[in-house]
Design a protein around this ligand. Structure first.
Ligand code: SF4
Length: 310
């Protein structure tokens, strides 16, 4: 199969808005886990070895070119892609490079498996938002669901997340992927709640399967069950499944005039615009992109968020 592009999007992300993606890995899928629910498919290179999985110079070149496109509009730049991005040995160099090229918040999606490495935490500290995942409250569930590479312990991962919290000045948005009958028992959730308290992320986001998983026979949780589980976290977790966001975002189609009227009073981030006007979030992102390209809206970054204004 052909290697995937090093820079992709922007894509309309449910968690981050209009996200320009950087994939340091390419193809085949390289990961330290082989999660039952993975939407990319089974892991092809199951490893904990950090090395340059594609030439860093090639990723830099692709990013520079993309950022020069006059029509480009995006809200955040996200390191993610076909596997676990922290496995790329020169991730720190890429983050520093991107920081010099853009004022947009830099985000990193990670499965948390390498955060126990001090040098990695140093490399990623220039990010604005780190979005680690933690799906299990107990070791046996971790092995069953995430299927880590040999030698990777659950305790090491928890230690890494706690250290990240101590050292990282940006925001941590922790994602928990829930699968029916695997990690949704009360016992499991209580263990997760207690671990999350110690990690203290800014946001806890609950998700469930909504695309074909790597391995068959898995079931998503209902929205009702996700909402019940969310109340067990302190403060309450957000539910970010597709169904939850469709319900929360409202069904109205965005109107250009209403958006412009709202922004004539005060600058707003995209999430707030969709909420204030009960709009579908994905459609709102598309209209904001269009208005920026036409020069009817401007943008500025303030406290890790992109604001739109007239
Ligand atoms: S950590 Fe992410 S990329 Fe790796 S197997 Fe799990 S879901 Fe897939």
């Amino acid at each position: 199969m052909k290697r995937l592009p090093a820079v992709f999007g922007p894509v309309k992300s449910r968690r981050l808005g209009l996200s320009l993606g950087v994939d340091p890995l390419g193809w085949p899928k390289v990961c330290s886990f082989d999660c039952l629910y993975c939407e990319i498919g089974p892991t092809k290179v199951h490893t904990l070895v950090r090395r340059p999985y594609r030439p860093t110079s090639e990723i830099k070149e692709a990013l520079s070119q993309k950022l020069q496109a006059p029509e480009l509009h995006y809200e955040v730049l996200t390191f993610a892609g076909s596997g676990e991005p922290t496995l790329h040995l020169e991730l720190g160099e890429l983050i520093a490079f991107a920081k010099d090229l853009t004022d947009r918040p830099l985000c990193l999606l990670t499965n948390s498996s390498l955060l126990w490495k001090k040098e990695l935490r140093q490399e990623i500290k220039a990010c604005d938002i780190i979005l680690p995942s933690l799906d299990a409250g107990r070791e046996e569930t971790f092995y069953l669901l995430n299927r880590p590479v040999k030698g990777l312990s659950f305790l090491k991962i928890i230690e890494g997340l706690k250290k990240l919290r101590e050292e990282f000045a940006g925001e941590i948005w922790l994602e928990i992927m829930l699968v029916e009958g695997v990690n949704d028992s009360l016992e499991e959730i209580e263990s997760l709640v207690s671990l999350v308290k110690r990690i203290a992320p800014e946001r806890v986001q609950l998700n469930t399967i909504d695309r074909p998983p790597a391995y068959v026979g898995l079931k998503a949780l209902s929205l009702k069950r996700l909402e019940e589980i969310a109340t067990l976290f302190e403060p309450q977790a957000e539910v970010i499944s597709r169904e939850a966001l469709q319900k929360k975002g409202g069904k109205r189609s965005p109107q250009r005039e209403e958006i412009l009227a709202l922004l004539s009073r005060r600058p707003c981030p995209s999430e707030e615009i969709a909420q204030a006007l009960s709009y579908d979030y994905q459609k709102t992102l598309a209209i904001l992109e269009e208005l920026v390209k036409k020069g009817q809206l401007k943008t500025k970054v303030y406290e890790r968020k992109l604001f739109y204004y007239l």
